[in-house]
Design a protein. Structure first.
Length: 414
């Protein structure tokens, strides 16, 4: 390991270091090599920030075939221990939810992480689960809310697709990376969907099993699970918040999917329906790092993807569409708009956010660790627009991870 020239990093060095370490770690997770990177001291710290932001610290602890500096190795081992301990807590809590919903006659689906573990794609301690996502039918929302209230949860936030529940005495999460002591948070869904960039995409009919029984259920098929993973990744990509973990989920699931499973996405409702116009970008980025995505699947979904989005994504790396992209963009999801009217509406929405968006911004500023001490979170919309016009502001979530990682050796950003 080379020593860094000083204890202060420029924003240019942070930008370059984040991209460099993110791309190397993505390559190592997909195709491990035998030789450790020749990174300087600050780059090893930025690698910690990248691993934490992308949710892959625990995976790297067992995947990497080389050993980095002692501090790097210790960080990964500690993150795996925290991930394993939290996994046990969440499994215990899911058992409680299963018992309570079964007793109440409420069918529910535990989304994403628990489903990936249930089919054996991950072992305990490999994949972090920050929250528990539960899907229920809309008529069962009230009964499910009563179950959560009996377990000590209260609703803190709601959107068109989900309601967030936290413990009544909810504690702020740990400052950096995975932490087993963090409180469990529940996102209760009556719909499974996302906004791209403003229009709602709803796949609830594909995700909820038609023959669901009371208690926790799995997805109706691997194709349904993949559809959800792809939409979740697409929604994150549109706002440059994709995680390497999202790509790893997709790649792992693809290894056990048959042609019939893929056909649920490529030919459902007819090949020309374009219902899955958003599925190609996350699959294309996954295929840039991992090999198991069938070429015929990519070709089929490419035909459903709008031309501009398809061409734009062909040039993007993980660093371009994730929190490793250091800079804040005024219109991050513009390429996902599918018409001139939608482009204009999206631009207006970004410049003049509605009351719901402003309320969400205020709530996040009070509850998210990366925003609590952020000067950006306290700016008015007019001040934000001015900052966009005269400078290139960094993203608070990214700078939070970078600052916390650099502080491990007394370094900071100037």
């Amino acid at each position: 390991m080379r020593r860094s020239p000083d204890t202060e990093l420029s924003m240019k060095a942070v930008d370059s270091g984040l991209r460099k370490t993110t791309e190397r770690l993505a390559g190592e997770l997909a195709r491990p090599t035998l030789v450790a990177p020749d990174w300087c001291e600050s780059e090893w710290l930025l690698a910690r920030a990248a691993a934490a932001m992308h949710g892959v610290s625990a995976l790297l602890s067992t995947t990497l075939r080389w050993h980095g500096p002692a501090g790097w190795t210790q960080f990964l081992q500690e993150q795996r221990a925290h991930t394993a301990a939290r996994h046990r807590r969440i499994c215990d809590f899911l058992m409680t939810i299963d018992d309570r919903t079964r007793a109440a006659g409420v069918p529910a689906v535990a989304l994403k992480g628990p489903a990936l573990h249930a089919i054996g794609l991950y072992e305990a301690g490999e994949r972090p689960m920050a929250d528990i996502d539960l899907l229920v039918r809309e008529p069962d929302l009230t009964r499910t809310e009563s179950i959560l209230a009996a377990l000590g949860f209260r609703q803190t936030y709601a959107t068109w697709k989900d309601r967030t529940f936290e413990l009544i005495n909810f504690r702020p999460p740990g400052r950096f990376g995975e932490n087993a002591a963090n409180d469990i948070k529940i996102e209760l869904h009556a719909r499974v969907g996302d906004t791209l960039p403003l229009r709602a995409v709803d796949i609830s009919d594909l995700v909820f099993p038609p023959d669901a029984s009371p208690g926790l259920n799995g997805y109706p098929s691997k194709g349904a699970l993949m559809t959800h993973l792809l939409l979740h990744a697409a929604g994150a990509m549109a706002f440059r918040a994709l995680r390497l973990l999202n790509l790893h989920d997709i790649a792992l699931l693809s290894t056990c999917m048959s042609s019939e499973d893929w056909n649920e996405i490529t030919t459902r409702d007819g090949a020309s329906s374009r219902r899955f116009w958003w599925a190609f970008p996350p699959l294309a980025v996954t295929a840039r790092y991992y090999t198991p995505i069938p070429s015929w699947v990519l070709a089929s979904l490419a035909t459903q993807c709008p031309w501009l989005l398809r061409k734009t994504i062909a040039q993007k790396t993980l660093s371009d569409v994730s929190l490793s992209h250091l800079w804040m963009d005024a219109l991050p999801g513009i390429q996902w708009a599918r018409s001139l009217d939608e482009i204009i509406e999206y631009a207006v929405h970004r410049i003049l956010p509605n009351a719901e968006r402003l309320a969400a911004r205020e709530l996040f500023a009070q509850t998210q660790p990366y925003l609590v001490n952020s000067a950006w979170a306290r700016l008015s919309q007019r001040q934000r627009i001015l900052r966009w016009l005269i400078s290139r502001p960094p993203r608070p979530a990214t700078m939070y991870a970078v600052t916390e990682a650099l502080a491990q050796l007394g370094m900071r950003v100037r």
